[in-house]
Write a protein that binds this ligand. Structure first.
Ligand code: AMP
Length: 194
């Protein structure tokens, strides 16, 4: 299995986030899961990659040339793919992975996670999305999503596509058993293309 991780290019203020990123890396290496990620050496991104590599696992990074040239890329990866734009990068990561896990992060992390959730809702792919809920970091997001469902903007089966847990093993197990629901516009023709 290949899992794409979205996470902070910073460490956050609490060392618990770095420890959680290390635990994710160890779990991937132990379960022979290849890490696909943004290819950076900074923050939690670099931590997850280093932990997978330290455990003897495989890591593919996909980084836009602009970030690569600013020397933000991790040069010890199993494979580093350099692409021309952020859009190309997200498509390349999505294509390579069987599912997506978000660790605590900022705007970049949230944008990447929500794009993949949107694509899954539209049937562009049928891949699962998880949030590693370290120290309840994603609780406000869960509350927002519940609000979206309650107000009729998100269907409950699409909210249920998202797996929240503070245990990476539980998220990986949920991915193994995952069955995608019908896409958003079922009955209105084919799923849209990206
Ligand atoms: P953020 O959560 O705003 O720190 O952004 C992190 C996400 O955006 C990661 O999952 C990356 O895919 C991307 N990203 C942001 N900064 C970098 C960087 N310096 N190198 C590589 N990817 C980055």
């Amino acid at each position: 299995m290949k899992i794409c991780v979205f996470c902070g290019s910073s460490f956050g203020t609490d060392p618990i986030y770095k420890s959680a990123a290390e635990a994710v890396g160890h779990a991937f290496a132990e379960r022979d899961i290849e890490l696909v990620y943004g290819g950076g050496q900074v923050g939690l991104m670099g931590t997850v990659a280093d932990a997978v590599l330290a455990g003897g696992g495989r890591v593919t990074g996909v980084i836009p040339r602009a970030l690569h040239d600013r020397e933000l890329a991790h040069h010890g990866l199993t494979s580093l793919v350099v692409v021309e734009s952020m859009h190309e990068r997200k498509a390349a990561m999505a294509e390579r992975a069987d599912g997506f896990v978000s660790l605590p992060g900022g705007a970049g992390t949230l944008e990447e996670a929500f794009e993949q959730w949107t694509w899954a809702q539209l049937g562009i792919h049928a891949k699962p999305n998880g949030f590693l809920n370290v120290k309840g970091y994603f609780e406000p997001l869960r509350t927002m999503i519940e609000k979206c469902v309650a107000e009729g903007f998100v269907k409950s089966q699409h909210a249920a596509m998202l797996k929240f847990s503070d245990d990476i093993g539980e998220i990986i197990d949920a991915f193994t058993d995952y069955e995608a629901p019908a896409h958003k516009w079922t009955g209105h023709g084919e799923a849209v293309k990206p």
